[in-house]
Design a protein around this ligand. Structure first.
Ligand SMILES: Nc1ncnc2c1ncn2[C@@H]1O[C@H](COP(=O)(O)OP(=O)(O)O)[C@@H](O)[C@H]1O
Ligand SMILES: [Mg+2]
Length: 159
């Protein structure tokens, strides 16, 4: 395809311009005796849209968990903006397949959670939460228990 129109190959073009935002280099993951993933070498550049496709159990979630910093590679390395990921990587957003909202928290309480972990000020949390709920059409449902809210459940399940 690139022989016909080199402009189509955005990855190849970007590789000359920008450094990767996420780099996997010979990254392998093991759970005890189970070889779960890799070795994977993959560079993701800013603005790239990448789909990881494969059969169940091939290691897609494991690959994402490495970028999120919830797993560490058994060998090789994973870098974000040129630095080894050495713990939860709060610079990436990660939407899980299942709805992992906390059932004892309200709709707003669930939205606030990552902001609380990042120790944002109360005022900033309030403002950001209101913005986010407005964006998804949930203004007015802040204090509803998340389990009562069909729309929240639908969003969680769709993700
Ligand atoms: N926490 C875990 N403990 C043990 N084995 C795991 C764990 N997470 C994933 N695995 C195993 O690692 C392999 C890759 O899993 P996963 O990345 O979830 O695959 P996918 O997302 O492609 O379906 C599978 O064999 C899975 O059973
Ligand atoms: Mg998965």
């Amino acid at each position: 395809m690139s022989a016909i129109d080199p402009g189509i190959d955005s990855t190849a073009r970007a590789s000359h311009v920008e450094r990767p935002i996420i780099e996997y280099t010979d990254a392998e993951v093991r759970f005890g005796a189970l070889h779960a993933m890799g070795p994977v070498t993959l560079n993701v550049r800013p603005g790239e849209f990448l789909a990881i496709v494969g059969p169940s159990g091939c290691g897609k979630s494991t690959l994402l968990n490495l970028a999120a910093g919830s797993l560490a590679p058994a060998s090789g390395y994973v870098r974000f903006q040129g630095r080894n990921i050495s713990g939860p990587n709060s610079n990436v957003g990660y939407i899980t397949q299942k709805n992992y909202c906390l059932p004892w928290r309200t709709v707003a309480g669930n939205v606030k959670l990552p902001l609380e972990y990042r120790r944002y000020s109360r005022a900033r949390i309030k403002e950001r939460t209101a913005d986010v709920l407005k964006q998804v059409g949930l203004s007015g449902f802040e204090n509803q228990a998340h389990q009562e809210n069909e729309w929240v459940n639908l969003m969680g399940n769709a993700a």
